[in-house]
Design a protein around this ligand. Structure first.
Ligand SMILES: N[C@@H](CCC(=O)N[C@@H](CS)C(=O)NCC(=O)O)C(=O)O
Length: 228
């Protein structure tokens, strides 16, 4: 049985949950409460020295870093693939995923954003908001532009079924909606979001469907979400 150490609102954990549901793999969740700081406790840091989620355990194999976990799942559990076979299509999927995983997510991660830019550098609420939105819009504008320029784009980032690009995109959209980003400049991204959120695997992986989501959680990606 696979074990996933995660947090319901963590976007890098949400990526891994989408892949696990898409591949119909059984997994057990171990909740790491990021608000309580459980990620920084010694017993958890022995598992994940970066003090973050997710961490995947597969038998005696332990793995951190969601892009590495997603590639591992793809290779170890190839049924219901999230990567195409063609080399150029694979490169395109990685290019799109990296916009999210390297150009947006690390800069808006809580420990960088509120933790460092806010607490250490002293940015106020307005500064924090400007920082967050800057990286969202830089990344999404590039993603939208590449979607428009590529003949590989379809109902999803690549063609007519989800790939690791969508697996990265959707949790970042959840986060952007949670912080009230204006997404009106990104019609192609929003159309892909709708198509993904109609799929059972994406619905089941959403923060709202997580067993540790609090009662009364704001519905952003769950059934009945306003954008659907
Ligand atoms: N690059 C890592 C990022 C992991 C990460 O930073 N996760 C966030 C949640 S999305 C976290 O655990 N943050 C802990 C903190 O801010 O203290 C990955 O993709 O797995």
């Amino acid at each position: 049985m696979l074990i996933l150490h995660d947090y319901f609102r963590s976007s890098s954990s949400y990526r891994v949950r989408i892949a696990l549901h898409h591949k119909r793999l059984d997994f057990e969740i171990r909740h790491v409460d990021l608000v309580q700081g459980q990620q920084r406790m010694d017993d958890y840091k022995a598992l994940n020295p970066s003090a973050g989620v997710p961490t995947l355990i597969d038998g005696d194999f332990k793995l951190t870093q969601s892009p590495a976990i997603l590639e591992y799942l793809e290779e170890e559990y190839p049924a219901n693939p999230l990567m195409p076979a063609d080399h150029q299509a694979r490169a395109y999927v990685r290019q799109m995923a990296m916009i999210i995983a390297t150009d947006i997510h690390p800069l808006n991660n809580l420990k960088v954003w509120k933790g460092y830019v806010g607490k250490i550098l002293g940015a106020d609420e307005q500064g924090l908001q400007a920082w967050y939105m800057h990286w969202i819009h830089e990344g999404f504008a590039a993603y939208e532009s590449l979607l428009g320029a590529s003949n590989l784009t379809g109902d999803f980032t690549l063609g007519d079924s989800p790939t690791l690009a969508d697996v990265h995109l959707i949790p970042q959209l959840y986060n952007a909606r949670r912080f009230k980003a204006d997404l009106s400049a990104y019609p192609k991204i929003c159309a892909i979001e709708k198509n993904c959120m109609r799929l059972e695997s994406f619905q089941k992986a959403s923060p709202e469907s997580h067993p540790n989501a609090p009662n009364g959680i704001e519905i952003i990606h769950g059934p009945g979400a306003a954008f659907l």
